[in-house]
Ligand binder design. Sequence first.
Ligand SMILES: Nc1ncnc2c1ncn2[C@@H]1O[C@H](COP(=O)(O)OP(=O)(O)OP(=O)(O)O)[C@@H](O)[C@H]1O
Ligand SMILES: [Mg+2]
Length: 313
Amino acid sequence: MTTLSEKILTEAESEIESEAESQAEIEESTEPGPGHPAEQPSPVLAVRDVRISDRAGDREIVHGVSFTLTPGSAVGIVGESGSGKTLTCRAALGILPAHFEITGGSVEIDGNDIAGLSPTRWTDLRGATISAVFQDPASYLNPSIRVGAQIAEVLRVKKGLKRRAAHRRAIELLRVVHLRDPELVHAQYPHELSGGMLQRVLIAVAIAAGPRILIADEATTALDVTVQAEILDLLADLRERTGLALVVVSHDLAVVAQLCDEVLVMRRGEVVEQGPTRDVLHHPRHEYTRLLIAEHEQYGLEKFLAPAPEEDA
Ligand SMILES: Nc1ncnc2c1ncn2[C@@H]1O[C@H](COP(=O)(O)OP(=O)(O)OP(=O)(O)O)[C@@H](O)[C@H]1O
Ligand SMILES: [Mg+2]
């Protein structure tokens, strides 16, 4: 199994200061070697009947979400505003807002239950194993620091790269996310870049430490249609080439139809429907899913869907 770190961080490996890297150890222990059949890859992320409650209001907000992600797979979460999509992602990232907690079920990252992880362990995991991109990239970047330096910082802290290696790798990452002039972008400040370029930079930051899971929560929502399509292609490309597993949150069914093998439809904290994307979108069972599809049909959802086997329509 090829990991993202193997693909995009190969050159840098020799320059890593500490050789016994915990990330490398995790990968070694969980990935099938070349001699092992790959028919049953173990999940990199397993969310099992997760419930999330607001302690302040003493009420349950998310009423049981389950899905598993194997390397290179993609799960989509769609649903109306306030249905619990972001909370579900934040639970998996260990960054629930104050007052919120997981009150049922479990989340496993690489086979390890996240319950009771120490803050230090979380710091190790975040970025290096599980990473995320959200809407509004500008708010996640420091406006007064050049883009390249911000990526290099991640590489120094998470991968132990020295200054020059981090500089080179940052430029390489800007190329990986298909920015046309990586050297130029490297030296620019966030305000000098367009929204689409910023979102690519944020993806570069998110994948800098070679995570195996990337959560994209409305990551393309603020972008215009053409730029959105380019970012989706980029995610699909990373997934295919590097085995990155994706959780894609969107209110846009077309985004999920384009990227995901499986989809969860959420409404008011419940998963009302879940299954292979093709099945759910061609044969929705729940009324709410039908409604979502009807709303999207005007935007041309069909073009992202292969025709159903026994249908001509
Ligand atoms: N930081 C917070 N403080 C208080 N309540 C919150 C917070 N974040 C979420 N909630 C509550 O939890 C519910 C689920 O929120 P969540 O952000 O997961 O929805 P969502 O499905 O991501 O919606 P959207 O599509 O608008 O992003 C919301 O209805 C909201 O009331
Ligand atoms: Mg949200």
